[in-house]
Ligand binder design. Structure first.
Ligand SMILES: [Zn+2]
Length: 455
């Protein structure tokens, strides 16, 4: 290579060009800064009562300032800036958005035609159709006041990731989704495929990812991370060859590389013991949990997403004995101070009800278990944000948090059923529902307005 001989002139020239480039860059940066400083839209919400679920009490006559998608101030004497849009909720109780910590938005099984046997739903409905169902179910959840949903699998070939991306990119409204991608389990997952199905891996799959060995566990976790999961969901004991505590620890380590937690479907006491020993993040379903296991969960701070089903949903009967066990289990968990969250598994069609209305029917077991309303509200808000692992940025109505909030008539501390009459919903600083009517037009865009890189 020829040596380059620099002259004094070259140096001056380069210095001049460098100065020019630097000045241009500074001007460009200044332009960007000016644009960034253009005032974000400011909304001032006048709240007659503001529920603080952590303290279990109301603050009265509060003003909540929202700039762009964040809460910037909360208090009784907050100055409302000139030009702010004022929303008058003085006759309502304002509170943080609700969380369903266990749902499946891209699954809707039905009394007809599949007799609630959701194995057939997977056979009958494409992932594409189920993604559209999920988009609709998400809107129905948001309308009912649910601003966060943990969406734990059985969503076909990543319909859950697609919906999360579409919501975050800005195509349509929906809750914040903490989605799991495909449930990982030992061969067969929750189902009993025929040898033909299992060998071809085409019908019951993609509902489950087979992972029977340490290598397969690692690979399955990585596949879900790659395809947009935000939590790892495993079948702890769906088969007699369920996971050992060591295998669950491997899931936890691999998920932790991506900052993710592991949620475990548990249906036997032995499986629960392995999950607890391994220090799993959350146990899904309460049926296998007993007093001893609850005490261990409380000691380790393991979340209980019990998915307690009410007996009153048309077309979806629950026996009296099963319901009594459900209530007793929830009560035992509460008495043992297990961290409990509101979780439903409400993944089916009930004639005459939206997905959000079905989910709110799941308040009944909490009432029947005698859980105080203040604690039901904590399970549906504060604890929900924590199990979703988003409580540092989203949920509480405090400065710096994303502006997700709802308003209900009456007093939810005295009557929890007022949650069934959500009048107002704001998501990410944008009004989604007002006066009891959905007003979602500001959420719909013809492109990824928040950025196509959101994956
Ligand atoms: Zn489920």
């Amino acid at each position: 290579m020829d040596a380059i001989r620099w002259t004094r002139h070259d140096h001056d020239h380069i210095a001049a060009v460098t100065r020019l480039v630097m000045v241009s860059a500074m001007l460009a940066a200044a332009g960007l800064a000016l644009r960034a400083q253009a005032p974000a839209p400011v909304t001032a919400i006048r709240a007659g009562r503001l529920l603080d679920p952590e303290a279990g009490r109301f603050l009265t006559n509060q003003i909540i300032l929202v700039e762009a998608n964040r809460i910037t101030a909360v208090g009784p004497a907050v100055a409302v800036p000139a030009g702010a849009q004022v929303i008058d909720l003085t006759n309502l109780t304002v509170m943080p958005g609700l969380v369903d910590s266990h749902n499946h938005l891209a699954l809707t099984y039905k009394p007809e035609p599949e007799n609630n046997f959701y194995y057939y739903t997977y056979v009958q409905e494409s992932t594409a159709l189920r993604a559209i169902e999920a988009a609709s179910n998400g809107i129905q959840m948001l309308a009912a006041g649910f601003t966060v949903v943990r969406d734990l699998g059985n969503n076909g070939n990543y319909a859950d990731s697609a919906l999360r991306q579409a919501i975050e990119q800005g195509w349509l409204p929906g809750p914040t989704l903490i989605n799991s991608g495909i449930i990982i389990g030992g061969m067969g997952g929750q189902f009993f495929p025929t040898p033909e199905m299992a060998k071809e891996h085409s019908i019951v799959y993609p509902e489950y990812l087979d992972a029977d060995t340490p290598d397969e566990i690692t690979k399955a976790v990585r596949q879900n991370i790659l395809f947009g999961a935000k939590v790892i969901k495993i079948c702890v004991d769906c088969k007699p060859y369920g996971y050992t505590a060591d295998e669950i620890r491997l899931f936890i380590r691999e998920a932790a590389k991506a900052g993710m937690k592991v949620a475990g479907h548990v249906q036997t006491p032995a499986g629960a013991r392995n999950a607890i020993d391994a220090g799993i993040w959350s146990i899904e379903h309460g049926t296998a949990l007993n007093d001893e296991l609850h005490k261990q969960m409380a000691a380790k701070g393991i979340w209980r997403a019990g998915t307690e089903t009410p007996p009153t949903l048309a077309g979806h009967p629950v026996s009296a004995q099963a319901y009594e066990r459900t209530i007793a289990g929830l009560r035992n968990a509460y008495d043992n101070k297990v961290p409990i969250v509101f979780s439903t598994d409400a993944d089916y069609f009930v004639a005459g009800k939206t997905r959000g209305e079905v989910v709110l029917e799941f308040l009944k077991p909490w009432k029947d278990a005698g859980i105080p309303n203040a604690d039901i509200l904590r399970a549906m808000t504060i604890s929900g944000y924590k199990v979703a692992d988003i409580d540092k940025v989203r949920g509480p109505i405090k400065p710096g948090m994303f502006a997700d909030l709802i308003a209900v008539p009456g007093d939810p501390l005295a009557d929890i059923d007022v949650l069934k009459r959500v009048q107002f919903v704001m998501k990410d600083g944008v009004v989604f529902k007002q006066g009891g009517v959905m007003t979602p037009e500001k959420f719909f865009h013809g492109g990824p307005v928040n950025g196509w890189r959101i994956r």
